[in-house]
Design a protein around this ligand. Sequence first.
Ligand code: GRF
Length: 222
Amino acid sequence: MGKADVNPVQTRVAVLISGRGSNLKALIAGQQSGGSYQIALVVSNRSQARGLTIASEAGVPTRVIDHTLFDGREPFERVIDQALNEANVELVCLGGFMRVLTPWFVKRWQDRLLNIHPSLLPAFRGLDTHARALNAGVRVHGCTVHFVRPELDNGPIVVQGVVPVIEGDTEQSLAARVLETEHRAYPEALELITSGRARLIDGRIVVEEGWAGGTIWNELAG
Ligand code: GRF
C-alpha cells in the first residue's frame, strides 16, 4: 500500500469512531506529513458512520462492531480488542467514539489509548461543552488530546488547542472554531507520542526540549 508498509518504525494505530470522522480524516492526512504512525484499522460501532467511507477511500481497513449485538459492554469490547490485536495495533485513538469504555478495556490499553475532547480539560468534562463554555462566559475555549483513564475525560494531557470566544458566538460558531483546532491538535499529538518527542513521565506528558509542541493556538487568539 505504499510508503507506510515499508517503514518498520511506524506505529500501527487504530481509530475508533461512531460518526462523522472528521478527526479520523485529519489523522489520515497527518500520517503523510509526519511519518511516525500509520492508521492501520478503523473500527466503528455504527455501520452508517460517515467515517467508514473516509477510511475506505483512503485504503484503510475497516471493521463494524455493532454494540447492540452484545450483552453488555465488556463482551463488545472483547471483540474490539480481538480486532485490534489481529491487526497488530499498538495504539488506539478515540475519534468521536460514542460508547463509554469499561475499566477493563482502558486498563488493557493503558498509556496506549488517546482521546480528543472538545474543551480545555479539566474544564467542561462530559457533553455539551460549547454551550457550557458560553454559559460560563470563558474567554478562551478549545480542545484537549489526552491519554484515557477510567474516569471520564481524565488523563495525562498531550496537546491542547486554544481558541478565543468571540462576542456573538453561538454554540455552532464556537464548535466550528474548536473543530478546526481539533484537526491540528490530534495529528500533532499522535506524532509527538509515536515519534517519542513526548513521553509520559510520572503521570504527566513531557515534551522534548526545544520542541514547540503541546499547544496549538488559533490564529485569532494572537
Ligand atoms: C469531536 O468534536 C471530538 O472532540 C469529540 O467528538 C467529535 C468527533 O467528531 N470527541 P468527528 O467524528 O471526528 O468529526
